[in-house]
Each structure stands twice: as structure tokens, then as C-alpha cells.
Design a protein around this ligand. Sequence first.
Ligand code: FMN
Length: 357
Amino acid sequence: MTAPDLFSPITFGSIEAKNRIVLAPLTRNRAGAGNVPQAIAVTYYTQRASGGLLITEATQVSPEGQGYPDTPGIHSPEQIAGWKKVTDSVHAAGGKIVLQLWYTGRISHSVFRGGKTPVSASAIKPSGHVYLPGWTKADYETPRALETTEIPGIIAEYAAGAKNAKQAGFDGVEIHAANGYLIDQFLRDSANQRTDQYGGSIENRVRFLVEVTEAVAAAWGSGDGVGVRLSPHNPYNDMSDSDPVALFTHAAASLKRFGLAFVHVVEPIGTPNPIAPAIKAAIAAPLIVNGGYDLGTSQSAIAAGETDAVAFGKLYIANPDLAERLKAGGPYNEPNPKTFYGGGAAGYIDYPALAKA
Ligand SMILES: Cc1cc2nc3c(=O)[nH]c(=O)nc-3n(C[C@H](O)[C@H](O)[C@H](O)COP(=O)(O)O)c2cc1C
């Protein structure tokens, strides 16, 4: 058997992927009325179906989970129907697609929540700005710490999101536990100063993630259609932790019993620590890494056995046929950051494929 490379097939739990090229989850703020994915989203994901696995943009599991303008949800019949068009089209093109389940927590604003204050692990206001509907900038609000008794209700919303994703035809779901959103707010101690069973020790801070994963796996029917995204060192959204290696290795070990489809670690290349391989060993699931990878760095990471697959973000935004381009060794279109967030077709579905480039 030849050693695997980026173009070798791989099995993520119940998902057979034709190669190890993964579309990273990318918020594009182009949902329509009712936060329903539009026809341009069908085109956008279908254009990228030559990758082995597509992970959708972060998708709120409930109206209160939203924190940005025009992000899609997975809590209404209209949203499920909108996503069904995406999954049908991606499947017809030979692709596999999972939905990223999202609850923003303190990275939100009462305007998104019917006037209710954002919730988090603790009442700690993040630095930075929120964008309100219409893209007006505002300060974050100081969130309200969730009562212990409210936590099962939020977990049930993640589980309902997973059930709805199954109904919408997805091949699986990815629990968004990265980048400073609600689950990460429980994990990392810069955002979690709770004194109940969800705060303090590493074991306690991991509890919310474990309970969400348990409920999502039960709602999906098994853990083999469920992945988890973690970002141990990412400071985005005003996050940090006093001992990320211990925290995230313990989190991964706590998730092992669910037999997950994959673990996805956002860890910029060149980060001088072994945390992604340590997480893979602890969780015993295929590893997807992400953060600044190109053809050369992803091929050498797979060849060295440091990862099983690689997710591409900005490169995949600009190159819908990224799998073909990587195979050909390029060339690549340049991403345009001005059209990343919001707008319509421009900068979304009009990057040319190689033959037309
Ligand atoms: C426009 C944009 C939107 C993003 N949206 C999400 C998201 O919805 N969920 C998520 O987990 N990460 C999100 N990220 C982070 C990316 O998934 C990825 O981690 C980051 O772009 C680094 O990978 P890259 O160097 O290959 O672009 C986003 C990044 C960008 C540039």
C-alpha cells in the first residue's frame, strides 16, 4: 500500500471522503429572510464538491444563538428546506457535507436576541465589536452567566440542530467548540470563572462540551456522524487559557467514548507545540488540521503522520475547484477579503475554475 497523501480517500466515521481536502467552515453572511440559505449557497457549496468533505459555515441552532447579520440557522422548517437544496446538490455532484452547529454566546448582542442580554459561562465582556443587522458597529455587551439550571435547555438546542441537520440531508455535523463561541467560553479559563460543576477545574470546564457532544451524538443516532472543532491557542474573540495543552488533551480524552467521525483542530502551522497530534491520540478519531496550509505544508503534514486531512479556508474561498488546482500544483486565484462577509454573488460564486481561469 502506498502512503496516503492529500488525494487519498479517507473514512471519517460513517463518512467516506474521496480525498483529504476539506472545506473549512466559513461564515459568508448571505442568508436571506428568516436566515434561510439562498440559491447562491447551493451554487457555492456545489462548486466546491470535489473536496473530500465540505464543512458548512457556522449555523445557529436557535434564534438566540445568532451573533452576526445574515447567518443561516437550522431551527426552522424553512431553513431545513433551504439546506436540503444544498445537500441534494452537493450529493448529486459527488460531495459529502456536514453542518457546523453554532451558538455564539457572548459574541452576540441583545438586538439579535429579542432584547435579551447575551449569555455566556461568566459575566465577562469580551473586547472588540459586534456588527448589528445592517452592519452598524457596536460594543459588545456584558453577558449574563447562564444559570446551572438553564444549561440543559441550551444543550437540547444543539441536539435539535443535529436532528434538523439529519432531516436536511447532511452527512454529519461539526460541533463548533472553537474560536471563542459558547462552548469555547466554557472551555477556556479567560472566559469561565464559574463556581458550579461547569467551572474551575479542567474536568468541570470540559463538562459542557461533553454533555453537548453526548446529546448531539444521541440526536444524530451515533457519534460516527459527529465531529468537533477545537482551537486551543486561537486568541480570536478575546480568548486565552492558562494551560491549553492540559485542557485540550483532557477534552479530547473525554470525547473518546463517543467514537466521533473526526476532530478538527485550528492550529496555525508553525505553532511550536504538539497539541494537534496529542489531541488525535487522546480522542482516537481522524484528525483534520487547519490554519495557513498550502499544498506543500499539507502534503508534508500528512506524509509525516501529523494529520489525516487538512481544511482550507481562504484558499478555498477563492478557488472553487481547489482539489483540481492542488492536484495540478496551481495556479490559484487570490481571495478578496472585501467580499468575505455579506453581499451577494460577487466574491462568492464568481471565482473562476481552472479551465476558465
Ligand atoms: C471569511 C471567514 C469566515 C470564517 N467563518 C468561520 C466559521 O463560520 N466557523 C469557524 O469555525 N471558523 C471560521 N473561520 C475560520 C476558518 O475556518 C479558518 O480556521 C481560518 O480561515 C484559517 O484557515 P486558512 O488559513 O486556511 O484560511 C472563518 C474564516 C474566514 C476567513
